[in-house]
Design a protein around this ligand. Structure first.
Ligand code: SAM
Length: 295
């Protein structure tokens, strides 16, 4: 027999998550409630900064229950060269370490210490994802691949799996990232990776491929990459550019390699082989990826 409780449960299952959340919170607060949040592993990140501190934890618990998160963190700034989250505030729960599965790889990380960009999903798949990504990450029998900004292994682990005959050198300056990188390499049974905790510009090792999975001032690392690449070596270059500068006004413009970009890379002694948008980055800028060949 259908009881009142099971009926209420059925109704709430049909409701969208935000409707479920508002149905449990005083209507006077609804206009302050965030409609968007990120769920990374089993941790939710949302902005409750405009809610009175007395109410925040109760509201965070409601979000946690509805979105199925064990912990809720206040959204905060990711800052500095090491991309560390600033003063993480736990709104609900206490565990900040989580695990993410992406294209067959499991990554553990502490979200109080390290960033994770959900928007880059797909692009971290190297050889195990969509064709357009595989195209960028297909290299001709590389012996050595260096990842200059390895983080917790976002790209290095996939490249190690995709190129079992190659040696992957994964470098990161942040000791916390390196701690999780080592753990993630072990948990994913990676055996062809050497991990270095240092500034990549201090490392003079030679490579066939250098991966620059960073944004902000990646261009400043091209000269060092050039010096460290073997003949015909390849750089995978991530960066953010203004759409205007790239000459992109509409979606249909995103087909060709932008002339200004080719010229800039030519000045850096690289030829652009491929170019794509990873994602919009704010209203007028885009995160792009390019495959560059050393001249
Ligand atoms: C945030 S991660 C990249 C994020 C990743 N691409 C993703 O898909 O989520 C960038 C990493 O570069 C590292 N880093 C920044 N500058 C560095 C440098 N000069 N040498 C080595 N590592 C550096 C930071 O510590 C950080 O772990």
């Amino acid at each position: 027999m259908e009881t009142r409780n099971s009926r209420t449960e059925k109704v709430s299952q049909k409701m969208k998550p935000f409707e479920q959340i508002t149905s449990k919170i005083n209507s006077e607060l609804h206009y302050k409630l965030p409609r968007k949040w990120k769920k990374i592993g089993n941790i939710g990140i949302l902005d409750l900064s405009n809610i009175d501190t007395k109410e925040r934890n109760n509201i965070a618990k409601i979000y946690a229950d509805v979105i199925g998160a064990k912990t809720i963190l206040q959204k905060n700034k990711i800052s500095g060269e090491l991309r560390k989250p600033e003063d993480t505030e736990i709104l609900h729960g206490n565990e900040t370490v989580t695990e993410i599965s992406e294209y067959g790889i499991k990554y553990k990380l502490d979200l109080a210490e390290i960033m994770w960009s959900p928007g880059n999903i797909g692009w971290r798949s190297a050889l195990s994802g969509p064709d357009k990504v595989t195209d960028f990450y297909t290299f001709d029998r590389p012996n050595t691949i260096i990842d200059y900004f390895a983080g917790i292994g976002y790209f290095s682990i996939q490249m190690a799996k995709g190129y079992p005959e190659a040696e992957i050198i994964a470098i990161d300056k942040n000791p916390k990232s390196v701690e999780y990188l080592s753990l993630n390499a072990k948990n994913n049974s990676v055996e062809n990776m050497k991990i270095i905790n240092d500034d990549c510009r201090n490392i003079e090792m030679k490579a066939d491929v250098i991966h620059l999975g960073y944004i902000g001032n990646t261009i400043d690392f091209l000269e060092h990459s050039h010096n460290c690449l073997n003949e015909n070596g390849i750089v995978i270059f991530h960066e953010v550019f203004r759409n205007n500068w790239l000459g992109f006004k509409s979606r249909s413009d995103w087909g060709a390699i932008p002339e200004k970009f080719s010229k800039l890379m030519d000045e850096k002694n690289f030829t652009v082989q491929k170019f794509e948008r990873v994602k919009f980055y704010g209203p007028s800028t885009s995160h792009i990826i390019a495959k560059l060949k050393k001249n």
